[in-house]
Write a protein that binds this ligand. Structure first.
Ligand code: OGA
Ligand code: MN
Length: 297
């Protein structure tokens, strides 16, 4: 028997009793789709599955978005057996050894500690991310993942603000997002060559397939089309500050084998620091698009 239990007054739920080791049947697909439409974040408990099974499960909901790996760029960290379709979000190096948390203050990965949506800096129609806790530290050591419900935040905007932002288009950029997240080092032309994403446009207000509206600023939105840089950033920051208020935040404390799914269109999420280098955090992410071929940006 599968059961869905809410984890927060506004959004986020857990799914217990699901078997992810077999190809998902119609009932499981429907249960997950329905729970995602209602809750935006779903933690499937006890998903003791392999990378291959994670990919197969993800594909039941949309084509995989393949991580962008640029020829010549440094290899991403992560255990060697992690396959090219998987984003690595843990603290292990290629030999499976712990990388101390503070060892690279310029680490681009620290950008994930600001609320963001995955992949808003490219044009692909990103749908969900599915993050698998293969090895998870105790919550007391840090490493919780925080989520916000941007639909509930939209609902609470004034009518005047809703009318103002309805027609607007946000500008999203990987490197501008890293600057907003406090990336201190100078961003050089070489770095832009290695990660060459151009600025892209997305509507500031999105309508979900099930009709609810949501604020879409992510962590990479740095301006508004047709507005001055300062005025645009000020509006983005006002919406971001509104959406990340306490009442919209769910803090996920990981259990081993959680497979946490979030809808990138209507939620934001943030990593939190590890306070200890004593624990292995092996986290593997698949990302799916709404449609299109399985490709990278
Ligand atoms: C991600 C991410 C947060 C975390 O995988 O996209 O932001 O807590 N992860 O690992
Ligand atoms: Mn992320």
């Amino acid at each position: 028997m599968m059961q869905v239990n809410p984890l927060h007054p506004l959004f986020a739920a857990e799914l217990i009793g699901a078997d992810l080791t077999a190809p998902p049947d119609d009932q499981l697909v429907r249960t997950v789709e329905d729970a995602m439409a209602r809750y935006g974040v779903l933690a499937i408990r006890d998903a003791e599955i392999s990378d291959e099974q994670q990919k197969d499960f993800s594909r039941a909901f949309g084509p995989l978005e393949i991580p962008s790996r640029v020829p010549g760029a440094a290899r991403p960290v992560g255990k060697p057996q992690v396959t090219p379709e998987i984003f690595y979000a843990g603290n292990l190096d290629h030999d499976g050894e712990i990388i101390p948390y503070g060892s690279d203050p310029k680490s681009l990965a620290k950008g994930a500690e600001r609320f963001h949506t995955d992949s808003s800096f490219h044009t692909m129609p990103t749908k969900w991310s599915l993050l698998h806790g293969v090895e998870t530290p105790p919550s007391s050591a840090g490493g919780d993942t925080w989520f916000v419900d941007a639909r509930a935040a939209y609902d609470d905007l004034s009518d005047a603000m809703k009318a103002r932002i309805e027609p607007l288009v946000g500008l999203h950029d990987f490197w501008e997002g890293r600057k907003l997240a406090g990336f201190k080092a100078e961003i050089t032309p070489e770095m832009r060559l290695i990660i060459p994403f151009p600025t892209v446009r997305h509507p500031l207000v999105r309508t979900m397939p099930y009709g609810r509206k949501t604020i879409y600023v992510g962590g990479h939105c740095f301006g508004i089309e047709g507005m001055g840089a300062e005025e645009g950033l000020a509006l983005v920051e006002e919406l971001y500050a509104h959406a990340t208020q306490e009442e919209y935040v769910y803090r996920h404390q990981w259990r081993q084998w959680d497979l946490v799914i979030w809808d990138n269109r209507c939620t934001m999420h943030a990593a939190t620091p590890l306070h200890s280098d004593d624990y292995r955090r092996d986290m593997r992410r698949t990302t799916i698009n709404e449609s299109g071929p399985e490709t990278s940006a």
